[in-house]
Design a protein around this ligand. Structure first.
Ligand SMILES: [Zn+2]
Ligand SMILES: [Zn+2]
Length: 226
């Protein structure tokens, strides 16, 4: 099978910004509609726009795994340029007002609230929202059980909730280690072991992993949950 997109036939990953955030583009293989997950950098939006154009994708929405500035800085530029909405959990919208950045406060009112158990449709692709508080109160993961017309395995975009071999920090505003562990245990661990784990940063031995590998080797799971 050809893998024109590198990590996955329908997913592009770009590492953007000073904080080296993993920004993902995920597409519906049937319609070419696409979602942009965590556009981490305003100045590098051009790279994203070029990739969308080159792959002939139709961007439909921006999805934020949480409100930390390194994951949302491209929101305003992209939503204006592409005329698409950004979705974020309402409990993380306060981050948009926190640091006085006009780019962030500019999206405060326009960002659409992700609601509990929401399923976001991108063409024929369904992304299920899993609310996974802990790193921040409004952290979410986006779960794709499978791709339409395809037998691809499930995919989970984990933001800063779960990294390869590690998990997100909880010392920041609204953070809670207890909540983080509970989110991993109750929202993430029940998913199929074959699920491809795509984190918000490359902090592990490999840039991506599987849930099975994480359950066996992630210190947060092996030492705090199991
Ligand atoms: Zn974060
Ligand atoms: Zn981050």
């Amino acid at each position: 099978m050809t893998r024109p997109y590198g990590i996955h036939p329908h997913i592009i990953r770009m590492v953007l910004g000073a904080y080296q955030v993993n920004t993902y583009i995920v597409r519906c293989p049937e319609t070419g509609d696409a979602a942009i997950i965590d556009p981490g950098c305003r100045s590098q939006c051009k790279v994203l726009l070029e990739a969308l154009k080159e792959k002939k994708l139709t961007p439909r929405c921006i999805l934020n795994t949480h409100g930390h500035h390194d994951h949302v800085r491209g929101n305003l530029t992209l939503s204006e340029r592409l005329n698409i909405p950004a979705f974020i959990h309402p409990e993380d919208k306060f981050f948009f007002l926190e640091n006085g950045d006009p780019d962030l406060s500019g999206v405060y009112h326009s960002a659409l609230d992700i609601v509990r158990d929401q399923v976001i449709r991108v063409g024929n692709l369904s992304l299920q929202v899993l609310h996974t508080p802990g790193h921040t109160p409004g952290s979410v993961c986006f779960y794709i059980p499978g791709f339409p017309g395809d037998d691809q395995r499930p995919v989970l975009f984990t933001g800063d909730t779960l990294f390869v071999g590690d998990a997100g920090r909880t010392e920041g505003p609204g953070g809670s280690l207890d909540q983080l562990l509970s989110s991993i245990k109750h929202q993430i661990m029940p998913l199929p072991g074959t699920t491809l784990v795509l984190p918000g940063h490359d902090y592990g031995d490999t840039p991506e992993s599987t849930l099975e590998q994480e359950i066996q080797g992630n210190i947060y799971i092996t030492d705090f949950i199991l």
